[in-house]
Design a protein around this ligand. Structure first.
Ligand SMILES: Cc1ncc(COP(=O)(O)O)c(C=O)c1O
Length: 375
């Protein structure tokens, strides 16, 4: 009785590794900061409930928060106002609403591979056809126009992009973003830009896909930036007329985003940017540590990511990514096989450095020992 499109999607491979581990295992598999949200945001959450913000709210989200987000994002695009912003239950639900709103009659959607686990399945669930394009280490994990060109057909409706990227940590430079936008314009494609790691940048500045091109839906979230993955607050920014349409789907999907959490996020956005700065500095130190250690281990080759909190080294052993991850699990640590992010992730592992320096050091010692044993 279950539909074929639901049968065709699988649960994420990241979860599978997680469920195999015991309590003492060092977990470099997790895609969430090892921080608690800012104290002030927790207080604001509690206060919002005490103040009676416990009923239904607007389908579009809390007005003050939408205004604040529009102000925050006007660094990248001018003339934004609350009518350009729609609130969601995390970026995950923002994708659900976006894909459902744009895909029809088996439209094709390009998405990055290796890429975040959501894309392929959400396209399928919306009745579309996912078409992957490669993001490769040799190009700094930045998409190449020639490779996009080879995959575009008359049925292609949209392209999903993700910078800073999960799982690769790749960050697209300004000229590459421009090239992709120009290419999308030429081909009449809509751009869906996943920018959930936009504030976690270690070198240079984030380049948003929001700008002069009007057919862009930017998806974002407060999950990572304020270490509140469980609070489930995300948003989209796009054209006002599209927000109206997406809002209808939001209503039939969730009625409205939870109200008290939005008050807490509003507080955080206005008052807690130091929290973000400090957390990002901590991640940068850990990034430097993990990249140096990995590159000292024979058989690993690791680029220095400019954003997010993942490294995605390639390896040169006679093992598949899954086998290598299982070896490590056996020795007491979790890494995610690159293939959890699509078949082209073979030959890579993803390590999240959202973990303590002590644990990262222990994990690197485990890998060093494993490599000695392998040789
Ligand atoms: C690239 C990317 N996009 C979207 C999400 C989903 O975020 P949210 O917690 O807001 O649903 C994640 C979470 O890991 C992610 O890494």
């Amino acid at each position: 009785m279950i539909s074929q499109k639901v049968k065709d999607v699988e649960l994420s491979g990241i979860r599978k590794m997680f469920e195999m581990a015991d309590e003492d295992t060092i977990n470099l598999g997790l895609g969430q900061p090892d921080f608690q949200p800012p104290e002030g945001a927790i207080d604001a959450y509690y206060q919002a409930m005490r103040d009676g913000h416990n009923g239904y709210g607007s389908t579009y989200g809390l007005e003050e928060l939408r205004k604040e987000i529009a102000k925050d994002y006007s660094r990248y695009k001018s003339n934004l106002s609350k009518e350009n912003v729609l609130m969601h239950v995390g970026a995950t639900q923002a994708f659900k609403v976006t894909t459902e709103s744009i895909i029809q009659n088996g439209d094709e959607v390009l998405y990055p591979e290796p890429g975040f686990v959501l894309y392929d399945s959400q396209i399928k669930l919306a009745g579309g056809k996912p078409v992957s394009y490669p993001v490769e280490q040799r190009y700094g994990f930045v998409p190449q126009i020639e490779q996009l060109e080879e995959r575009v057909t008359s049925k292609t409706k949209a392209i999903i992009v993700n910078s800073p990227s999960n799982p690769t940590g790749g960050v697209f430079p300004e000229d590459e973003v421009k090239k992709i936008i120009d290419w999308a314009k030429e081909n009449g494609l809509l751009i869906i830009s996943d920018e959930v790691y936009e504030k976690m940048i270690y070198e240079g500045e984030h380049v948003s896909f929001l700008g002069d091109y009007e057919n862009v839906i930017m998806i974002n979230s407060f999950s990572k930036v304020f270490a509140m993955t469980g609070w489930r607050v995300g948003y989209t920014i796009t054209r006002k007329d599209w927000i109206e349409e997406l809002g209808k789907v939001n209503y039939y999907n969730i009625a409205c985003p939870p109200i008290a959490t939005q008050h807490a996020v509003l507080h955080a956005l206005r008052n807690e940017m130091d929290f973000v700065k400090n957390m990002t500095e901590t991640f940068q130190e850990r990034r430097d540590l993990i990249v140096d250690r990995l590159n000292d281990i024979p058989g690993f080759d690791c680029l220095k990511p400019k954003g997010a909190f993942y490294v995605f080294p390639s390896f040169d052993f006679d093992l598949t990514a899954k086998e290598l991850a299982m070896e490590l699990l056996d020795k007491g640590m979790i890494a995610t096989p690159g293939t959890a992010f699509g078949p082209t992730g073979e030959g890579h592992l993803r390590f999240s450095y959202a973990n303590s320096t002590g644990n990262i050091k222990k994990a690197m010692d485990i890998i060093e020992d494993m490599v000695k044993d392998l040789n």
